[in-house]
Write a protein that binds this ligand. Structure first.
Ligand code: BGC
Length: 775
């Protein structure tokens, strides 16, 4: 059991900076072989209940910041300090309390990645990053292990909440904004998991078999944007294999593409205990092995001594690492306060969260609450036990989470006390039966959420008579180590279906409305039940101010302006990767890995190719429940006056359109630009997102002109035969819309001649034929 606690994670890591490369090389020249090796292998981590005799895999982690995930080695004689890395995307994950210390070290739980992407607001995300980075710095950490930007390939992905979108443009732009915000504090980020870590099942062994085109266009594109637009100090390679090789051991991924093609200057670190062959990792350009084990040091040392590893390779890895260290607060001896302004950051959370919530449905103007709504009947366990964020390393040790009922009370709404009492009693009892477990215990054996409290029809009838509106929260949580399931997770449980049905019947019988709040980290099925309710607010997992942010939207203090960056399909079987997720397992080849854990060889083939998310649904006319880019507002917007700067394309083109608030309240609109490219030479999706803009807060009647710039690369697709990005000649249709299916304005231009926008290296070619989906 201890043994199972393994692996998978935790921690800290080191980061990288750019500039100091000469100084770094000079320092490396002064190092002994042992010192160089110490540097490229982290200091290890403590796993509760384990010690070196369990396999000598555990190093001597330094508790510089309790609860951080890892540290790098110090070389005192050369003035090189230990640096500290800590998780993770939704805020800094450190221990909130420390032995023999009365102070607390709570960090802010920010909204999860999926919510932040739903704001489509890079300025806002940068503000979130700035606040988060301040906590990193003031708690003495050098690098935060995030943001995460793997693609939402399948709604069951256990870590989707940590990631942004099914679309690489929005994932890349949001990541760049986040990295720029965090790093403006003089601390680093580790964008992760590079690349194709799109599932948790068998994440340490699975071989992702993917075409060059899908890899480049869908799975690497976001990383490329982030590297070019924000220069993250560090990148974390992923656990999985890519076309046969562990990503952390793949030279063509970490060096040919990342460094040579994209110009990345920072360090690459492994995910915790990721990959197998330390020497191959060094050669690939994976500079830092985390959390670091004595065995890895020995392997590298033996390889240098036998000539299997050229010491020059190690020198380069070490020099990049030193360059990173020279840029860190630890090197600069920053006197951190341990007192970030948590109150100010809570205000950032509340605002960001409200701006990323999505109004999916609002019939008969059920929301915002009408003036005659006095008392609210609040149903659903989750209303009383709201979920701020997901589990695993993406979790944060925050001081509090404002529940929905607390948020409503804070806003002056009156909630039905009798229901409140029943739910609190029920949930209190459940908590007593399931006391809080440690991080590792919870990882190995997650506590299930309490089943929905059953409320009989008679009580519902009484409540419908006594209150003015019903609010039901549906909650979902997930995290690293496991994917979600179709039954009782993607699909609602029978108890949830019954609750919705019975409440809708009781309240509608007396002409009162029913509103559902979705407190989920990922996509769920909605088609079977949403017709029964009047309004649905997708609140995602909004961070620690949760209930306050939801109340702001329900009361109309904030007009919802979030839109979906991931599709809600009608049913799971509609998902293009459904038949290739999580792939095949080969139990007969299973072995025992680290700490005696079973290593199950597995393979997943990306047969849907580039047709991920809306690229699939819209091209193949599969109607989703809610499409990519969708989201309602309490007001309406009119789109007009689309204009191009030129009629034919020459290097670049500006597209403008006017957006006018035609409704009665102020609001913001997310405006999306989709492009349909000529498909004579290559199969292409019906349209792809190529730009987005969010208006300012427009007063009723107010107009804003939004502007987009298209460059040659925006027109290009990856042509596998030519191993190049090519903008084909022909007609391009520009579509400006309120969602991927709600196109408001269309125009077109001609591209006279094809342009090769980037020639690439023929690398990472799949070793088997993939029967990819084609139009
Ligand atoms: C996760 C990473 C995390 C690391 C350190 C791993 O299990 O996959 O995302 O940063 O642990 O905690």
């Amino acid at each position: 059991m201890k043994k199972m606690m393994i692996a998978l994670f935790t921690g800290f890591i080191s980061l990288s900076a750019v500039a100091q490369s000469d100084a770094a090389k000079a320092l490396v020249a002064k190092m002994t072989l042992e010192e160089k090796i110490s540097l490229v292998v982290g200091m290890g981590m403590k796993i509760p209940g384990m010690n070196a005799s369990d396999g000598a895999l555990v190093g001597q982690t330094m508790d510089k910041v309790a609860g951080a995930a890892g540290t790098t080695f110090s070389i005192d004689r050369l003035g090189i300090p230990t640096t500290v890395v800590a998780d993770g995307p939704a805020g800094l994950r450190i221990e909130p309390t420390r032995a023999a210390d009365k102070n607390t070290y709570y960090a802010t739980a920010f909204p999860v990645g999926t919510l932040l992407a739903s704001t489509w607001d890079t300025k806002l995300v940068q503000q979130v990053g700035t606040a988060m980075g301040n906590e990193v710095k003031e708690y003495g950490v050098d690098v935060i292990l995030g943001p995460g930007l793997n693609i939402h390939r399948n709604p069951l992905g256990g870590r989707n909440f940590e990631y942004y979108s099914e679309d690489p443009l929005i994932a890349g732009k949001i990541t760049a904004a986040m990295v720029n915000g965090i790093q403006s504090n003089g601390v680093g980020t580790s964008i992760k998991h590079f690349a194709l870590n799109n599932q948790e099942r068998n994440r340490n062994t699975v071989n992702a078999v993917v075409s060059e085109r899908a890899m480049r266009e869908i799975y690497l594109k976001g990383f490329e944007i982030a590297v070019k637009e924000s220069n993250p100090w560090t990148i974390m390679s992923s656990y999985n294999k890519l076309n046969g090789t562990y990503t952390s051991e793949e030279y063509d991924l970490l060096t040919t593409i990342l460094r040579k093609e994209w110009g990345y200057k920072g360090i690459v670190m492994t995910d915790w205990f990721g990959g197998k062959d330390a020497v191959a990792q060094m050669k690939a350009g994976n500079d830092l092995l985390m959390p670091g084990t004595p065995m890895q040091k020995k392997a590298i040392s033996d390889a240098v001594n036998s000539g299997a590893l050229d010491v020059k390779v190690l020198d380069e890895n070490a020099a990049r690492l030193v360059a990173y260290i020279l840029g860190t607060p630890s090197y600069k001896k920053y006197a951190f306060s341990n007192k970030p302004d948590l109150k100010a950051h809570a205000a950032v959370v509340r605002n960001a969260a409200a701006n990323g919530m999505i109004l999916l449905k609002n019939e008969t103007a059920a929301l915002p609450f009408a003036k005659n709504v006095q008392t609210i009947a609040v149903f659903g366990n989750t209303s009383y036990d709201f979920i701020s964020g997901g589990t695993g390393s993406g979790d944060v040790n925050e001081q509090y989470t404002v529940s929905l009922v607390e948020g409503l009370s804070n806003a002056g709404n009156k909630v039905d006390n009798d229901l409140k009492g029943s739910y609190e009693k029920y949930l209190g009892g459940y908590k007593t039966l399931h006391p809080k477990k440690s991080f590792f215990e919870e990882f190995v054996n997650p506590t299930p959420r309490a089943g929905e409290l059953t409320i009989d029809k008679e009580t519902l009838a009484k409540k419908a008579a006594a209150t003015d509106i019903a609010l039901i929260t549906i909650g979902r949580n997930a995290g690293e180590g496991a994917d979600r399931k179709v039954e009782n997770d993607f699909n609602l449980t029978a108890a949830e279906q019954t609750l919705i049905k019975d409440i809708a019947a009781a309240f509608h019988a007396v002409h009162k409305k029913v509103v559902v709040v979705l407190n989920v980290g990922g996509v769920i099925e909605m088609a079977s039940w949403q017709n029964q309710v009047d309004a649905v607010l997708l609140a995602w997992q909004p961070g620690m101010e949760a209930g306050n942010s939801v109340a702001d939207v329900l009361n109309g203090k904030v007009n919802p302006s979030g839109k979906l960056a991931t599709t809600f399909p009608v049913k799971y079987d509609d998902v293009p990767s459904a038949k290739n997720f999580p792939g095949k397992e080969f139990p007969e080849q299973a072995t025992k890995g680290m700490f005696g854990m079973t290593q199950m060889p597995a393979e997943v083939t990306y047969e849907e190719g580039i047709y991920v998310g809306y690229r699939y649904y819209n091209t193949f006319n599969v109607k989703p429940a809610y499409e990519f880019g969708y989201g309602l507002s309490y007001t309406n917007f009119n789109y007009s006056n689309i204009k191009l700067s030129n009629t034919s394309f020459n290097k670049q083109m500006t597209v403008t359109a006017d957006i006018t608030n035609t409704g009665k309240v102020a609001g913001r609109e997310v405006v999306q630009l989709y492009l349909t490219a000529p498909a004579a030479k290559l199969d292409k999706p019906s349209a792809e997102l190529k730009g987005f803009a969010k208006t300012g807060l427009l007063a009723p009647g107010q107009k804003e002109t939004v502007s987009f710039t298209l460059t040659e690369s925006d027109l290009a697709s990856f042509n596998t035969n030519a191993t190049a990005w090519i903008a084909d000649a022909g007609k391009y249709t520009v579509k400006i819309g309120a969602s991927s299916l709600n196109i408001k304005q269309t125009t077109s231009f001609e591209m006279a001649k094809e342009v090769v926008t980037q020639k690439c290296n023929k690398v990472l070619v799949p070793q088997v034929e993939i029967h990819e989906l084609k139009r």
